[in-house]
Design a protein around this ligand. Structure first.
Ligand code: ADP
Ligand code: GLC
Length: 486
């Protein structure tokens, strides 16, 4: 089974969120299940300069405004997974974010940049670019790769099946409808039944409409995204796909996130030496200038600061937290107003609140290893990875009961504690009061050493490895292959 994964991000080379973590781990896990997997990535500098042993597969020539487009094949550093790189310096060789310029504005030619990625995905799937490797499945991730599904449907006579995975419906890849001719697609694609979305073009809709199957990254989000509340205007399109939509929960890359091997931590620990985690907490408190008090419940946050993540609720709950001796350590970047509010809180209460604005992979490990609780109060959350990292690190998750958070954390009710099921704390309403209630429950249980330790250990014993997810994807691929290939 040959599977081509098309995506814009991959850990550790290019990462703006969990999408990169998924692409950094899932291909390897699929290889573990016997699949022959290759990646297709845009030639952003951090990718084009890092992929090893690159050889030219073909010159594609001028396309989407790029004078020169070359397809190269090499190998991912760190994992050996083969990776095709779309080398198009005019579109991709730029410093900064894959999606935005230095001022935070979307790159003006994102339509061309991600249409190219999709075009190459479709033509690779059709066997037109690399005669040596013909995929059975083209698997595209998020709007950045969504056009691969439309180009496959439009032109190349392809045998490959297609899968589109939604990682986040909030980002849809919308462009002016007047730019449609730039795509080179037949006019029937500019219709409400195709790419058209309220007088715009939607690359997310291209994936949702034209992929053979649609998946998302948790079973609960698969149901939620078909509702008006969570569908970001695309719930009708998703409902229209009926039984073609399913959820496969993400996993944790145990090579990257393992407290027993994690060199970022002040002390390595495991379930068998759980007391060593307190060294990580003390080191984190010292590093951040928080009171080095082992009895203070330390809440941690590692997050993009966007409205999705519900961190305004944490700000609103801060006065309640500050009335006791609890602490908050936050690492994040994003919305300037949220950044400023958290920085101000840290300045006003340096012994209890510490904030690091910015993106720092190594510090994220220290924060998750050192905190007692990882807070994820999201308004919506397709899967969420930091609560899974928390579980693995004995850092108890406290989450809003939505999306993948609902699928991965079992609330510490009396019943769940008594029956050995609880792994964290959940709350329902997206209100400061509901969050405060859950934080208070955590503070109460934290004072009882034994049940708290049981909670930590049960979390650490959960199996969120990628092999389970990879098996589910393999079953899905097998189900959609043309009969003679299955
Ligand atoms: P999302 O993809 O919506 O941002 P996830 O929980 O799926 O949410 O994934 C977020 C990933 O990004 C995790 O690996 C998390 O550790 C990481 N991350 C988020 N913000 C930061 C930050 N400021 N510094 C370091 N890592 C971060
Ligand atoms: C998205 C979602 C997040 C998910 C990640 C990886 O960024 O916001 O919930 O974990 O993709 O699938």
């Amino acid at each position: 089974m040959r599977v081509l994964h098309v995506a814009a991000e991959i850990f550790p080379l290019v990462k703006t969120g969990g999408l990169a973590d998924v692409l950094g781990a899932l291909p390897q896990a699929l290889i573990g299940q016997g699949a022959d997997v290759r990646l297709l990535l845009p030639g952003l500098p951090a990718i084009a300069d890092a992929v090893l042993h690159q050889k030219t597969v073909c010159e594609i020539g001028p396309l989407f405004g790029a004078g020169r487009v070359t397809l190269r094949l090499g190998q991912m550093p760190y994992s050996d997974v083969p990776a095709y790189v779309v080398d198009a310096p005019y579109l991709y060789r730029r410093a900064g974010s894959p999606y935005q310029d230095g001022t935070g504005a979307e790159w003006a030619d994102n339509l061309q940049r991600f249409a190219l990625l999709g075009w190459v995905g479709a033509h690779l799937a059709a066997g037109e670019l690399d005669a040596g490797w013909l995929p059975d499945v083209m698997h595209a991730h998020d709007w950045h790769a969504g056009m691969a599904c439309a180009f496959m449907a439009a032109h190349p006579p392809t045998q490959a099946a297609s899968v589109f995975t939604v990682h986040n419906l909030a980002y849809q890849g919308l462009f002016p409808s007047g730019d449609f001719p730039l795509l080179g697609l037949p006019s029937r694609f500019m219709a409400a039944s195709a790419l058209e979305y309220h007088q715009q073009l939607s690359f997310m809709k291209a994936g949702l409409k034209f992929a053979g199957r649609v998946t998302t990254v948790s079973p609960t989000y698969a149901r939620e995204m078909a509702t008006h509340e969570f569908g970001f205007g695309l719930d009708g399109v998703i409902r229209g796909r009926g039984g073609d939509v399913s959820g496969v929960l993400n996993g944790v890359d145990g090579e990257v996130w393992d407290p027993a091997k994690d060199t970022a931590l002040a002390a390595r620990y495991s379930a068998a030496q759980l007391s060593r985690k307190s060294l990580c907490k003390a080191a984190l408190q010292a590093e951040l200038g928080l009171a080095t008090n082992p009895a203070a419940l330390l809440f941690g946050v590692v997050s993009r600061l966007t409205s999705q993540k519900g961190l305004d609720l944490v700000l609103a709950a801060l006065p309640a937290l500050l009335r006791g001796d609890a602490q908050l350590a936050l690492q994040g970047t994003g919305d300037p107003a949220l950044e400023a509010a958290f920085v101000a809180a840290a300045k006003a209460h340096p012994a209890q609140v510490a904030v690091r604005i910015g993106y720092d992979e190594v510090f994220a490990h220290r924060l998750i290893g050192g905190a007692d609780v990882i807070l994820v109060p999201s308004r919506f959350e397709p899967c969420g990875l930091t609560q899974l990292y928390g579980l693995r690190y004995g850092t108890v998750p406290l989450v809003r009961r939505v999306g993948g958070l609902a699928d991965t954390v079992v609330d510490a009710t009396d019943d769940a504690l008594a029956t050995d099921h609880a792994t964290g704390f959940t709350f329902d309403a997206a209100t400061p009061a509901a969050l405060e209630g859950a934080m208070q429950r955590a503070a109460t249980l934290f004072k009882r050493t034994d049940p708290w330790q049981q909670l930590m250990l049960r979390g650490m014993a959960q199996d969120f490895s990628w092999s389970g997810a990879a098996r589910q994807y393999m079953a899905l691929y097998n189900a959609i292959l043309p009969r003679d290939k299955g």
